[in-house]
Each structure stands twice: as C-alpha cells, then as structure tokens.
Design a binder for this molecule. Structure first.
Ligand code: NAD
Length: 333
C-alpha cells in the first residue's frame, strides 16, 4: 500500500533530537523528503544527535540537513527561500526542553521556544505553507492533581518557564491560525521515552547511573507520578496529526493515560537492568509537577491514536538500546 507521505516534503525542526529523529526515520521509510532544521546544540551530548541522523545522511536527496538556529531569521529565510514552494507541512519540534534547566536559563527558553516559533510562523505566512504540527507539552497543565487532564482545561497557570513557553507557543499558533488560516495541530506530549531518549530525562539518567553504580537522585518521597509514553506510540499520534484536517486549529494530548509512581518506575527499571539502584533523596524541585495523566479520548477519536506499549515492555526496549546501540560517549562517566 502506498503511504500518504510518499513524495511529500516536510520541514522538520529538531529532527536530530530524540522524537524528531524517530519521526524522520518513519517518514523517510514511507518515501517522504525531510528538510531538517537543527542547530545541534549542546543541551546534551551532540554526539547522540549526530548518531541519530547518521543513517539518514547517506541519502542527501531525501534528507536535507540544515544546521540553522530557529532564532536566526536570516538563516531560516534562506531555507524557506530555497524550499518554501515544496513544503507540504512544518513539523516543529525544536525547543529547549526540560523543566529544571528552564529555571536557570529562562531567557534562552523564551527566545528559542517563543521567538523561534514566531520566526517559523512568519515564514510560513510569507511562503504560504498551509500546516504546522507543533510539539507542546503536558507541563502546560501546571500542578493539577485531578487526572486525567483534558485538552479543554484552563492552562493559564504554568509553573516553570519551560511550561510557560509552551503555553505561549500554543497561543501564538492560535493567533496565526486565526489571522492567516494556517492549519495547526498542537500535540501535548506526556513524558516520552524509548531508544535514544534524551539523557537528561529520568529513565535514561537513572539507567546510566545504575549501570555505573552511582546513586540516583529521588526528588520528593517518590510518590510523584508521570504518564510515560513510548516513542512508537507517540509517532502514531504525530502521523495522525499530520493527516488531521477537521479543524483549522486543534490540540491533542498524546500520553498512555497510565501514570506510574516514581518508586514503581525505579523498581521496574531495576528489574529491566537486573541491578539494584542506590537512592539519594532530595526535596521536591521547584517547577516540578506532582502528577501527569493524559485524557487521550480526543486523540483516540480524531487521530486514530491507540497507544499499546506497556511500561515494562518499553523499559526493556530502552535498556536494550542503551546497552547495545547507544553511542559510546553516553556510556562513559
Ligand atoms: N521528550 C519528552 O518527553 C517531551 C515531552 C513533552 C514535550 N516535548 C517536546 O517535544 C520536542 C522534542 O523533544 P525531544 O525530547 O526530542 O528533545 P530533543 O532535545 O532531543 O530534541 C530537540 C531538538 O531541537 C534542536 N534545537 C533546540 N534548540 C534549537 C534551535 N534554537 N534551533 C534549531 N534547533 C534547535 C536540538 O538540537 C534537538 O536536536 C520539544 O519541543 C519538547 O519540548 C518532549
């Protein structure tokens, strides 16, 4: 069966990152051409980003890699000048991610996540590119404790600069969609994990530290809960969003709707690794939310989204990747 993505051209931002590189692989396999805008910054070891895109670079007609910063409007304009008439959709994943580091560098988060998004929207407007799929985050829900979280809930109280930039991003997208008829789908990802996961995120960080015999930091009493979502499930939702045409502007949660307590996650990871973790307790961190849990009924109804990966299976896949495929520089202390 031919894929609807065959012979399509997508401009992706952040295509060298964790989620972006998985999406590139899927779309390249379906015959799409990808123009990747990524600045390969050192938020985490850029060797992982290089490792992610290496297989794509063998096919430079299908994967066009542009090392451009989304804050650099001139650099971006050149890419749009060259490719604008061919671009079917923009998939905007590039961002400064992570809650805790955003407290240290709020300006950088704002400039990347908000000004960078504005730059892309302005270029989409001038080059008449009809659609953007945007990576938003469960963090927009703030410190809510009444699960599951629905897309129509109030998100006016983000509790970290990172979360605030994602709320602002969604707002800007709405404005451009309203003013210039750009079709927009914002996807609120709930803690994504799997092979290639960002090294700063709990599952990857804990795995590295347990493997190295180091104690892992536990913030709070271990009762915080996260709706961990496996990368293959997320991809299904992103592809659904790319095909979605019902509304000019819409928002969907992509989670598993199965929150896992931190202590439970550690126990499952110990099982997957066959090793015990040493725990180092710290107070809850400012900006961290106690719970995330997605109501996914809207994505199920409109995107055909159907997450299927239990956490035990996903953790085994991650550990297998970490032990056998991760770049060497990630394994060394
Ligand atoms: N991974 C998760 O659990 C999660 C959860 C919620 C939302 N998100 C969002 O999904 C998106 C992808 O997340 P990820 O985990 O793959 O992160 P990632 O850091 O692995 O990928 C982001 C990519 O964007 C690039 N980038 C960052 N700033 C840039 C800039 N100024 N110009 C050009 N490129 C830039 C980075 O180099 C990186 O390759 C992000 O927008 C993130 O906020 C992720």
């Amino acid at each position: 069966m031919t894929s609807p993505h065959q012979h399509k051209t997508y401009l992706i931002t952040g295509g060298a990152g964790f989620i972006g590189s998985h999406l590139c692989r899927t779309l390249l396999n379906q015959g799409a051409r990808m123009i990747n805008i990524d600045n390969y910054n050192d938020f985490y070891d850029p060797a992982l980003k290089e490792h992610n895109v290496k297989p794509f670079l063998t096919n430079p007609d299908q994967f066009i890699d542009k090392r451009v910063d989304i804050q650099d409007i001139e650099g971006l304009s050149e890419v749009f000048q060259q490719w604008g008439p061919h671009i079917d959709q923009v998939i905007h994943l590039a961002a400064r991610a992570g809650v805790r580091p955003s407290l240290k560098e709020p300006r950088l988060y704002l400039e990347t996540n908000v000004t960078g998004t504005l730059n892309l929207l302005e270029l989409m407007r001038t080059h008449q590119i009809p659609k953007m799929v945007f990576a938003s985050s469960s963090s927009v829900y703030g410190s809510r404790t009444n699960p599951p979280f629905r897309e129509d809930e109030d998100i006016s109280k983000p509790i970290s600069p990172y979360a605030a930039t994602k709320v602002m991003g969604e707002n800007l997208l709405y404005t451009y969609s309203h003013l210039y008829q750009i079709n927009v789908v914002a996807l609120r990802f709930f803690t994504v994990y799997g092979p290639g996961q960002r090294p700063d995120l709990a599952i990857h960080k804990f795995t590295r530290m347990i493997e190295q015999g180091k104690s892992i930091p536990v913030f709070g009493d271990g009762s915080s809960q996260r709706d961990y979502t496996y990368i293959e499930d997320i991809l299904q939702g992103v592809l659904g969003a790319m095909d979605y045409t019902q509304k000019q502007f819409d928002i969907f949660n992509l989670g598993e709707s199965q929150p896992v307590r931190l202590m439970k996650l550690i126990a499952l990871l110990e099982e997957a690794l066959g090793k015990k973790a040493l725990l180092d307790y710290h107070p809850m961190q400012p900006g961290d939310v106690p719970l995330t849990c997605a109501d996914i009924s809207k994505a199920q109804q409109f995107l055909g989204y159907n997450p299927v990966t239990p956490i035990t299976q996903g953790l085994h896949q991650f550990v297998d990747w970490y032990r056998h495929q991760a770049p060497q520089s990630l394994l060394t202390p």
